[in-house]
Structures are given as structure tokens and as C-alpha cells.
Design a binder for this molecule. Structure first.
Ligand code: HEC
Length: 125
């Protein structure tokens, strides 16, 4: 009789531990999903671009305002041919283009701006 009670106790403890493990796994996988939605601090400029910008600017284009693309000619025309000006636009957004100050670090914004300029130099090829 005593051993049966002990068995029940042990089972309860085992179940409790299992539940905790599952909660732990579930919480961890949620964190993992959240991490991919924001950009990890270690991402390269190319990764930052493909995760945040390529949706509208695939291959240096602009699916919303076609003229305002990331090709050298347009960047020059609209005064967007410097890291400072692109960073400012990316930080604060403009019109339909979202602001990235809450999503990317200052360094990531500078890096992705430099990436845009260097891609424009080779015509995104
Ligand atoms: C939701 C779509 C969208 C996303 C995402 C987006 N942009 Fe834009 N982008 C636009 C639009 C629309 C404009 C034109 C803004 C205006 O002048 O009205 C623009 C303009 C620009 C320009 C100026 C182009 C020119 O010829 O004047 C640059 C540079 C730029 N975006 C870079 C980026 C970068 C870098 C990212 C990612 C960090 C990004 N954009 C994300 C929509 C987007």
C-alpha cells in the first residue's frame, strides 16, 4: 500500500517535470520565431536587405513607386546617393516606405545603406 502511494507521488512528480519541459520547449520555440521576424544583430547587410527591403526593392527596383528605385540614376536624381541620406530615409521612412529605427540598429541601417550604394554601382548584378 505504501509503495503504491509512493508510485503515485513519483508519477505526479514525473508528470510535473514533463509539463515544465514542454512549457520550456514551447516558450523557446516562440522566442526562436520572434528572433527570425526581427533581424539578428549578427546579420550581414545583404541579409538585412533581403529580410527587410527586398519585399519592395527586389533587384534594386521599387514595386510601389517604380521611379524611386535603387538604381544609380534614380538615387542620384533624388539625392539618395549617400550613406547619410539613405540612412536618414531608412531610419524615418517616407510615404509607404516604413521607418526602420525600431527594427534595425543604427549600425545595421548604415551597413544596409552602404550595401544599397555598392549594389547600385554594379547595377544590382
Ligand atoms: C513597403 C515597401 C518598402 C520597403 C519594405 C522598403 N522600401 Fe524603400 N521605398 C519604398 C517606397 C514607396 C519608396 C519611395 C518613397 C517616396 O519617396 O515616396 C522607397 C524609397 C527608397 C529609397 C530612395 C530611392 C530613390 O530613388 O529615391 C531608398 C534608398 C530605399 N527606399 C531603401 C530601402 C531600404 C534600404 C529598405 C530596407 C531597410 C527599404 N527601402 C524598404 C518602399 C519600401
Amino acid at each position: 500500500m505504501i509503495s503504491l502511494i509512493n508510485l503515485k507521488k513519483n508519477l505526479t512528480v514525473a508528470l510535473l517535470i514533463l509539463t515544465l519541459v514542454f512549457v520550456e520547449i514551447a516558450t523557446n520555440s516562440q522566442i526562436a520565431i520572434a528572433d527570425t521576424a526581427t533581424t539578428p544583430a549578427t546579420a550581414t547587410a545583404a541579409e538585412v536587405f533581403s529580410a527587410n527591403c527586398a519585399g519592395c526593392h527586389i533587384n534594386g527596383g521599387n514595386i510601389i513607386r517604380r521611379g524611386k528605385n535603387l538604381k544609380q540614376k534614380a538615387l542620384k536624381k533624388y539625392g539618395m546617393d549617400s550613406i547619410a541620406n539613405i540612412s536618414n530615409l531608412v531610419t524615418n521612412g517616407k510615404g509607404i516606405m516604413p521607418a526602420y529605427k525600431a527594427r534595425l540598429s543604427e549600425q545595421q541601417i548604415i551597413d544596409v545603406s552602404a550595401y544599397v550604394l555598392s549594389q547600385a554601382e554594379t547595377d544590382w548584378k
